[in-house]
Design a protein around this ligand. Structure first.
Ligand SMILES: Nc1ncnc2c1ncn2[C@@H]1O[C@H](COP(=O)(O)OP(=O)(O)O)[C@@H](O)[C@H]1O
Ligand SMILES: [Mg+2]
Length: 245
């Protein structure tokens, strides 16, 4: 499945926030959209997920116009939005229940993934009893169960401490490759984008535009070996220059 955005523009009260955004995410690809706070990343996310309709432009899935229509692609908002009064398993099973599964089957299907998502034994707990990293994994599993095609993530790791974030990156890389999850990851963290992506779109300016694109070649290196390589530093330096930060 392929997600495409064509010439997306959006303004708030007459002020353009994002302009002429073109992007695409191919089957199995992990793509980041990297830019500073306020550049319009969440505005674009809301349009791609169908929560908002843009002033102009189109969102396509496999060529079909889904502009302004939620429900086709799964997304995880900047805040994890787990319901505090529901148990972990009921939070995760929610997309299946919304799609019409009965509660018991939905719980069973959710539980099948608990081990892979590092959540074994947490099903009857409430979200407030989970660590930050576990909350994010629970929210990611819920997002995955909504649709397996393309997943949009708005700064999913930004509220975590640096060490938990690194652990979650490592785990997330393994899981997206195991599940072949095409992902569009929105982030303001350069290292995060470099660690996780096959390709990075850089977004800058007011209104926000996509001003550059970087394809990441790891040459067989992963994890620490890639992060401490001259290639990593060269990419980082190129991105810092392009973002002028
Ligand atoms: N609902 C809204 N109404 C008015 N202005 C908004 C709204 N949402 C976002 N903005 C403005 O749009 C700009 C981009 O915001 P946002 O998309 O949240 O950026 P980012 O996610 O990159 O930090 C900001 O200047 C913000 O104040
Ligand atoms: Mg945002």
């Amino acid at each position: 499945m392929k997600l495409q955005a064509c010439r997306i523009c959006q303004s708030y009260r007459g002020t353009p926030v994002i302009q002429d955004i073109d992007l695409e995410v191919d089957e199995g690809e992990v793509v980041s959209l990297l830019g500073p706070s306020g550049v319009g990343k969440t505005t674009l996310f809301n349009i791609l997920s169908g929560i908002d309709t843009p002033d102009s432009g189109q969102v396509l899935v496999d060529g079909e116009d889904i502009t302004g229509r939620a429900g086709r692609i799964s997304y995880m908002l900047q805040k994890d939005l787990l319901f505090e009064y529901k148990t972990v398993v009921d939070n995760i099973a929610l997309p299946l229940v919304i799609k019409g599964e009965n509660k018991v089957t939905a719980r069973e299907k959710a539980l099948e993934h608990f081990e892979q998502f590092g959540l074994l034994g947490t099903d009857k707990l409430f979200p407030s009893q989970l660590s930050g990293g576990m909350r994010q994994r629970a929210a990611l599993l819920r997002t995955y169960l909504f649709s397996h095609d393309v997943t949009l993530l708005d700064e999913p790791f930004s509220s975590l401490d640096a060490i938990t974030k690194r652990q979650l990156h490592k785990w997330y890389l393994e899981i997206i490759h195991a599940l072949q999850m095409a992902t569009l990851l929105i982030t303001h963290d350069i290292d995060e984008a470099l660690r996780l992506s096959d390709r990075i779109y850089l977004m800058t300016g007011k209104p926000g535009r996509i001003t550059d694109q970087v394809t990441i070649e790891r040459n067989g290196k992963s994890g620490e070996a890639f992060e401490t390589s001259p290639e990593f530093l060269a990419y980082k330096s190129r991105i810092i220059k392009a973002l002028q930060c």
